[in-house]
Design a protein around this ligand. Structure first.
Ligand SMILES: [Fe+2]
Length: 197
């Protein structure tokens, strides 16, 4: 019986083929991401929530032709606790649109990709909006070839009044946020336990 990760990847790859023609390729990074010098024991997990959908398309560009939200590049590394890169790790992302709505029928603002040889990933998308009782956030699932599956959520540190009212918010799941050329750049490095350093 194949490993669950391989089964999942094969399923995703099949769906990705159909979707590939409909999305623009993501340009290669202009700058490699510098790895941190110290990693944590592991990125904290958080609840999946009720709106996860499996079998998302493989794509690094989640923007839609009618996207009205502020553009966001979500990028980072997937690392071991010893700060070694994890190539080929899967990142599955989902978030609501600029008005706080999730697409529960299709795959708007949903997609997955794999880390490159340096353990890096990058998604082009928009900043998610607000919905009742939650501060803006991005849901993610991350899994390396030999790691457990991590499910968690990422937050925006420039929204302190929203964050303080959300009991799920954690500082150690906040993105490192910059704004350049009218685009938000959001960095987060995931650390996954592997049993080796
Ligand atoms: Fe959510």
């Amino acid at each position: 019986m194949p490993e669950p990760w391989l089964t999942r990847r094969s399923t995703m790859a099949g769906i990705a083929g159909a979707a590939a023609a409909a999305v623009l390729p993501v340009p290669a990074s202009a700058r490699p991401l510098a790895p941190p010098t110290v990693c944590t024991h592991g990125t904290p997990s958080q609840t999946e929530g009720p709106l996860y959908r499996p079998s998302t398309p493989r794509r690094g560009d989640l923007r839609e032709p009618d996207s009205a939200g502020e553009q966001l590049v979500l990028e980072g590394l997937v690392l071991t606790p010893g700060c070694r890169p994890l190539p080929g790790a899967m990142i599955d992302v989902w978030h609501c649109d600029e008005n706080g709505r999730y697409d529960n029928r299709g795959f708007r603002y949903r997609g997955h990709d794999f880390t490159d040889a340096a353990g890096a990933f990058r998604f082009r998308t928009i900043r998610p909006g607000r919905y009742p009782d939650r501060t803006p956030h991005i849901h993610v699932k991350v899994q390396g070839r030999t790691t457990p599956l991590l499910t968690t959520q990422l937050y925006f540190p420039d929204l302190p009044y929203d964050n303080i009212g959300d009991s799920l918010y954690r500082d150690d799941l906040a993105l490192r946020l910059e704004r350049a050329g009218g685009i938000w750049l959001a960095r987060f490095d995931f650390v996954l336990p592997t049993g080796r350093r």
